[in-house]
Design a protein around this ligand. Structure first.
Ligand code: FDA
Ligand code: NAD
Length: 445
């Protein structure tokens, strides 16, 4: 026999922490809520792991980035959950789910019953083995998803630094860009390897006979935007190997990687390898029980799955993006936080809640740079501003309307203006005028 709860949140990441906060804000009964997480710490904000956590000095460490610190709320330490009567079951993997029977089975063979389930299992990293490359387990090969991975990366960076070594970063997306910047910050020279023509490129079809992860494309740089960051990276010691992928590793007698071999035949010496080649939503427990779409668990505007007692939030869902009238998967914290709060409202006040009406928002920080993006990157793109000034941006125009806005180096007010235009989607009668007005267009809106 096991325990039983009104609501069980499965997963202990960003979305789980924000769902718990929303229950607490609404005075949910002590003892009715439980969170089950395979991690050994309370929910935290993953963005810190590829930024502050990797700083050479004054690095961020838990508990400084437990969930909700980011938005100025009370820090949610383990004690916070206890004080609010939430059962936080850590170090526990759920190995089976019976949706119709309303039970979960854990790795410790406990059966936990729920009346309502919130799935917040997030995503797992894609491993090189899934691209046909064997042997990506080594002390100096690092992936990055959890604080455990980040601890391994910090240790591997220290070992690399101690021998004056160099690193290879596989993948030119978010993890690749942020980790390459962090490695340079630690005085480790970096070569980045990726199949596209540019870093964080939105869309190209490389002529490579390798299966790529196009399933979760959220990258948005145009060649013009990418050029700025590439020059900036190169000036700080990053070398790019574009348009190719790796084909294998060379190792020493202790199993440590010494070099990365590329498909184009070249060989890159490496004392440390960081891999960021995309993610897959953790849906396997629910395959055959809930409807899936685009690789995620399909939810409606109330974040409710094909079983009305089961909700899903964060990276794991495909949800209706009302603004654009289509189903999307989004793998960023803002959506994790907001979808979690929305699901809780839908559970607590089903008669009052409207459909989730989300506007996509992403950001990144590398070196001393920082950008934000709002809306959708479809249609044609116009660029504005002078890149050498450190402040420049882009607008996306689709069917005569401004639908997306990007800005590097903006202020709080400027980003707020971008959010406004992307939400309002004003008509753009004259694209040339928009280009001339640049940021002024959003500020005047
Ligand atoms: P998340 O992955 O956070 O949590 C899932 C939880 O479920 C984990 O605790 C996992 O262990 C647990 N779990 C899964 N299966 C389980 C099972 N069977 N049993 C028990 N537990 C299980 N976004 C952004 O907007 N800006 C940024 O700067 C960054 N930066 C960033 C850096 C790094 C290093 C990463 C990895 C990610 C980002 N992101 C980001 C993305 C952002 O962190 C991500 O979108 C959210 O963490 C998603 O939150 P979820 O709660 O959905 O999943
Ligand atoms: P990503 O999808 O951003 O980038 C993956 C990269 O790997 C791409 O350049 C892709 O072409 C490349 N790639 C794919 N297959 C490859 C192969 N065989 N060899 C070499 N390169 C290959 O994924 P990511 O960078 O791994 O990030 C993982 C997740 O973390 C994403 O969901 C992302 O949204 C999230 N994240 C977000 C932020 C942010 O929002 N600032 C920061 C870090 C991580």
């Amino acid at each position: 026999m096991g325990r039983s709860f009104q609501v069980v949140i499965l997963g202990g990441g960003t979305a789980a922490g924000y769902a718990a906060l929303e229950f607490v804000k609404n005075d949910y009964n002590h003892g009715d809520l439980c969170i089950i997480s395979e991690e050994s710490v309370a929910p935290y904000e993953r963005p810190a792991l590829s930024k502050g956590f990797l700083l050479p000095e004054g690095a961020a460490r838990l508990p400084s980035f437990h969930t909700c610190v980011g938005t100025g709320n009370e820090r949610q330490l383990t004690k916070w959950y206890k004080d609010h009567g939430i059962e936080l079951i850590l170090d526990t993997r759920v190995v089976a789910a019976d949706v119709k029977g309303h039970t979960l089975r854990t790795s410790s063979q406990e059966t936990i019953a729920f009346r309502t389930l919130i799935i917040a299992t997030g995503a797992r990293v894609l491993r090189l083995e899934e691209f046909g490359i064997t042997g990506s387990v080594a002390p100096n090969i690092c992936y990055l998803r959890s604080v455990q991975d980040a601890n391994k990366l910090v240790e591997a960076m220290a070992a690399c630094k101690s021998i004056g070594g160099s690193a290879v970063v596989i993948g030119g997306g978010y993890i690749g860009m942020e980790c390459a910047a962090a490695l340079i910050g630690n005085r480790i020279p970096v070569t980045m390897v990726f199949p596209e023509s540019h870093i964080s490129e939105y869309f190209t079809v490389p002529q490579l006979s390798v299966k790529l992860d196009w399933g979760s494309v959220a990258r948005l740089f145009t060649p013009e935007i990418a050029a700025f960051y590439e020059q900036y990276y190169e000036k700080r010691g990053v070398t790019f190997k574009k348009g190719t992928v790796m084909s294998g590793f060379e190792r020493n007698d202790q199993g440590k990687v010494e070099a990365v071999v590329l498909k184009d035949g070249s060989r890159l010496p490496a004392d440390l390898v960081v891999v960021g080649v995309g993610i897959r939503p953790n849906v396997s427990l629910f395959e055959g029980q809930l409807t899936l779409e685009k690789g995620g668990i399909k939810v409606n505007g109330k974040m409710q799955t094909s079983n009305s007692s089961v909700y899903a939030v964060g990276d794991v869902v495909s949800f209706p993006l009302r603004m654009y009238g289509e189903m999307r998967k989004l793998e960023h914290v803002d959506h994790a936080r907001k979808s979690a709060a929305h699901a809780v409202q839908a559970i607590l006040c089903p008669e009052k809640i409207e459909d989730y009406n989300y506007m996509p928002y992403f950001y990144s920080r590398v070196f001393t740079l920082s950008w934000q993006f709002f809306g959708d990157n479809v249609g044609s793109c116009i660029h504005y501003g002078v890149q050498s000034s450190g402040k420049f941006g882009a607008y996306w125009i689709n069917k005569g309307k401004l639908v997306g806005a990007f800005l590097e180096g903006g202020s709080k007010d400027e980003y707020a203006a971008l959010a406004r235009v992307a939400r309002d989607r004003p008509e753009v009668p004259d694209v040339n005028l928009l280009e001339d007005q640049g940021l002024g267009f959003a500020m005047a809106h």
